[in-house]
Design a protein around this ligand. Structure first.
Ligand SMILES: *Cc1c(COP(=O)(O)O)cnc(C)c1O
Length: 399
């Protein structure tokens, strides 16, 4: 039987026409070294054992694959939730930051840096730095710092230095630019811990590898429960790390359908959503070629989503390649639909999802009655961080 392509990039990180290494010459040696060290680490049983140990005893893996009985009844399918929301720090991001921090330590680096938008990746990086006793600097746009004051406090409490980025749109995009600048300057002492399957090679590969633990566990867990693979996988797509983490180990299973859910925001029109697969065009952003939301002259567009984690102008290059191959399909869910799903899952299952994850749940609800038999949803994070935003949206004051 012909097996579908396993989606391996070439040595410069090209997934077909996407990906690559569009960086200043000064960064190339560091990225090539990072790629080599990563390949050595992933084949080193001692490295894998140490990472597995931290994932288990510190972060809380394996996460349950929970059969959601009441939700299943509503949508007329057998629905399982992969509970990444139960991990330490509340989302899948810790899988990647523990891996990259250990990789940095293996390379003799004592300092790690990161970008953050909503603060989730910054908190997960600061957490990894704390547990491994490393210095940590997190770049964050001043507008995001204001909106996410709680996460700024968390990072500082964890011992990280949060550096305010005051130029450009003062959001995630500018924070990434600033983190890359720091990396170029301090490459001998510092590793850049990137938060999704974005950026120049080898980051899309590294982050995929560290997040694929989600899908590897899910494959075993679903077979133990159902004696077969699922029919459909659903995951929300910001940069794409939680979705590729679930999808990748299933790519060779032809019968498993995969659907990524982007932020449809307020609806049509550049600036009103973060739906790269609908409104994006080919471009280069932060070191890789991919689909980018941009205007006709190549200016990066503003994006909008009620969920900060899905609110980014570009998407992981591997996902675009998988879309071209017809292996993964993509769709969008609006702010209102995500809010409704946030509320429905809370009441049906006693699980308050992150607004990002609520997009995947919303897509499930939209497909009610037309779903295949067995579905797995990646519940990428918990909703504690979002209750204030949701309350505000509903017109309720919290004091
Ligand atoms: C950051 C985040 C996302 C989006 O990022 P991906 O790289 O697409 O996974 C989704 N869910 C949660 C809970 C997040 O914190």
């Amino acid at each position: 039987m012909a097996r579908p392509q396993q989606s391996t990039p070439d040595e410069r990180g090209h997934f077909g026409p996407y990906g690559g290494m569009f960086v200043p010459e000064t960064l190339m040696p560091a990225l090539l070294e990072l790629g080599r060290e990563f390949q050595a680490a992933r084949q080193d049983p001692a490295f894998r054992d140490e990472l597995d140990g931290y994932l288990a005893e510190y972060a809380g893996r394996p996460t349950p694959l929970y059969f959601a009985a009441r939700l299943s009844e509503v949508v007329e399918s057998r629905v399982y939730l992969k509970r990444e929301d139960l991990l330490h720090t509340g989302a899948h991001k810790i899988n990647n930051t523990l891996g990259q921090a250990l990789l940095a330590r293996r390379m003799g680096k004592k300092r790690i840096i990161a970008e953050t938008g909503a603060g989730q990746h910054g908190v997960a990086t600061a957490t990894a730095a704390a547990v491994f006793g490393m210095e940590c600097v997190v770049y964050m746009g001043s507008e995001d710092m204001e909106r996410q004051a709680l996460n700024v406090f968390r990072m500082r409490q964890l011992g990280a230095e949060v550096r305010e980025v005051t130029h450009g749109s003062r959001t995630l995009k500018d924070a990434i630019t600033e983190a890359m600048r720091d990396y170029v300057t301090n490459v001998r002492t510092t590793n850049y811990v990137l938060g999704s399957i974005l950026g120049p090679h080898p980051y899309p590969l590294i982050v995929r590898e560290f997040q694929s633990v989600i899908g590897r566990e899910a494959r075993e867990q679903i077979v133990a429960r159902e004696r077969r693979q699922p029919d459909l996988l659903l995951a929300c797509v910001g940069g794409g790390s939680n979705s590729i983490g679930l999808f990748h180990p299933f790519l060779g299973d032809e019968s498993v359908d995969m659907l990524g859910v982007e932020a449809g925001g307020l609806g049509d029109g550049l600036g009103r959503h973060a739906a790269r697969f609908l409104g994006g065009t080919l471009g280069v952003l932060h070191g890789d070629r991919t689909l980018v939301l941009q205007d006709a002259s190549g200016q990066i567009a503003r994006t909008h989503s009620i969920s900060a984690g899905l609110d980014y102008a570009a998407v992981g290059p591997e996902l675009v390649h998988l879309r071209d191959q017809g292996r993964v399909r993509f769709t969008t869910v609006s702010d209102d639909e995500a809010l409704d799903a946030f509320s429905r899952l809370s009441k049906l299952e006693g699980i308050i999802p992150a607004l990002e994850s609520a997009h995947a749940v919303a897509q499930l609800l939209k497909m009610a009655g037309e779903l295949p038999e067995i579905v797995i949803i990646n519940l990428s994070g918990r909703g504690d961080k979002d209750v204030q935003a949701v309350a505000k949206h509903l017109g309720e004051e919290l004091h």
